[in-house]
Design a protein around this ligand. Structure first.
Ligand code: URP
Ligand code: ZN
Ligand code: ZN
Length: 451
């Protein structure tokens, strides 16, 4: 036995119980009362602490070429920050190039990620081109261990309705899962043009050009196609109340429609775009009104939100400043990889959700939905991806305490109740009381299978 975490309170997605946790060769090997250590076992006293499965962030954009630049956390900085926020697996988006097979896209990206990742990682492929035989490369990627894909309905690399439909159909045939960034591109472009022509250029008009109905309409359309094909669909970064209602309805009708939201949509409203630093909050979809924020929390408590992820896509202040006088020049995205688990666990500590729910949303469900069978629980046989969490620590987020390379955080000043003390990745200590203690290249590719 290499590691024994003694006297803590273990949390799973369904239970909370006192147990010691034994770890050997990176795996959880025993759970029980009064487990005795072996001679060389590293014994950690976790009394008064909670012992949680590491979080799985199913939505990150590390070193992604986007918005005229590259997101500012590379694979090392992003996964270092993840480790320091209790996240032990990240799913990053690979943007397929035109003419490239899905597996080649993954391999191209993996050459960058593998030597740098500090925690385990997997991928979703963002599909651009399914012309000719490329559609069949979806099946090859499933066999390779990357069974999840994303289509964008917006941006210059967004797909047409026809391509989206074709991808959904292929996914049904080969057991892949399609995620969607749902916003109506035509409406975004039309409203953007209108506001710019009226000289309305501040960050507020980022929200005004992508209001509630622009997202909701696309959610409904995407859900309609998934229903028509009777194939599962995963809606990423859901942020609006009518989209939530459409998800609830589809689930009630028995369809497999998964919904992900992000901490920024649970915390902030579109009012942030009126702030002096509003451009730092520019992401797509934008934060919406208070009714949408409340609808997301209600959906969490009803069980209609399946996962929380970050959409971590940071840009430095000087890059955000490109859009001071023109919101269309602000690179879209915010940092959040280090904040997700502490934020959701703080919500549990404050009584807004249960700790089991936080574990379900941030760890157990992403493991189940994306098929990483060794992750997502404190249980015998699982990877020893473990967070020791002190529910009594009070922590105020400031950028100087973060471990990302980004020079600012939208979470500046946010007070959290409880905070991770230690993070283990497959039994190796990677975060210890405020410090990253892991190593570049430790992270391994996680082969997924959702069949
Ligand atoms: O603004 C965002 N969300 N940037 C990252 C790309 C995306 O849409 O997920
Ligand atoms: Zn997106
Ligand atoms: Zn994203």
């Amino acid at each position: 036995m290499d590691l024994l975490i003694k006297g803590g309170t273990v949390v799973t997605d369904s239970h909370i119980f006192k147990a010691d946790v034994a770890v050997e060769n990176g795996k959880i090997t025993m759970l029980g009362q009064n487990i005795s250590p072996a001679d060389n076992t590293n014994v950690i006293d976790a009394s008064g602490k909670m012992v949680l499965p590491g979080a799985i962030d199913a939505h990150t954009h590390l070193a992604m070429p986007f918005g005229g630049t590259i997101s500012s956390d590379d694979y090392f900085a992003g996964t270092r920050a993840a480790a320091c926020g209790g996240t032990t697996t990240v799913f990053d988006f690979v943007l397929q190039d035109f003419g490239e097979t899905m597996v080649d896209a993954v391999k191209r990206r993996d050459a960058l990620c593998a030597p740098n990742a500090a925690v385990d990682y997997s991928y979703h492929v963002a599909v651009k081109d399914v012309s000719g035989d490329l559609i069949d490369s979806i099946e090859d990627a499933v066999k390779f261990g990357v069974p999840s894909f994303k289509v964008f309905m917006v941006y210059d690399f967004g797909v047409t309705d026809g391509v989206f439909y074709k991808v959904l159909k292929k996914a049904k045939e080969c057991g892949a899962l399609i995620g969607v960034h749902a916003e109506n591109n035509e409406l975004v472009n039309m409203l953007t043009e209108q506001y710019l022509s009226e000289g309305k250029t501040s960050a507020w008009y980022h929200y005004m050009s992508r209001p509630e109905f622009v997202e909701a309409e696309a959610d409904m359309r995407a859900i309609q196609w998934a229903k028509a094909l009777d194939t599962p669909l995963y809606i990423v970064h859901l942020a609006n109340k009518d989209g939530v209602a459409a998800v609830t309805k589809a689930k009630d009708e028995g369809y497999t429609i998964y919904a992900e939201t992000c901490p920024q949509y649970l915390e902030f409203t579109c009012d942030v775009y009126k702030r002096e630093d509003g451009r730092n909050f520019v992401c797509s979809p934008p934060m919406k009104g208070e009714a949408s924020r409340i609808a997301l929390w209600d959906a969490i408590n009803r069980g209609d939100i399946d996962t929380i992820a970050t959409d971590h896509c940071p840009f430095q202040s000087y890059e955000k400043d490109w859009g001071k006088d023109d919101f269309t020049k602000i690179p879209n995205g915010c940092a959040g990889i280090e904040n997700m688990y502490p934020y959701m666990l703080s919500a549990a500590n404050e009584g807004n959700i249960t700790f089991e729910k936080a574990v379900e949303l941030c760890s157990a469900n992403p493991a189940k939905i994306f098929g990483c069978k060794d992750k997502g629980a404190i249980a015998v046989g699982k990877d020893a991806d473990i967070v020791i969490y002190n529910p009594k620590t009070e922590f105020t987020i400031t950028n100087d305490k973060m471990h990302s390379d980004c020079d600012h955080t939208i979470w500046e000043g946010k007070k959290l109740f409880g905070y991770p003390e230690k993070t283990y990745s497959r039994g190796k200590l990677v975060f210890d009381n405020g410090d990253f203690v892991g190593e570049k290249g430790w992270g391994k590719f996680v082969k997924c299978s959702i069949k």
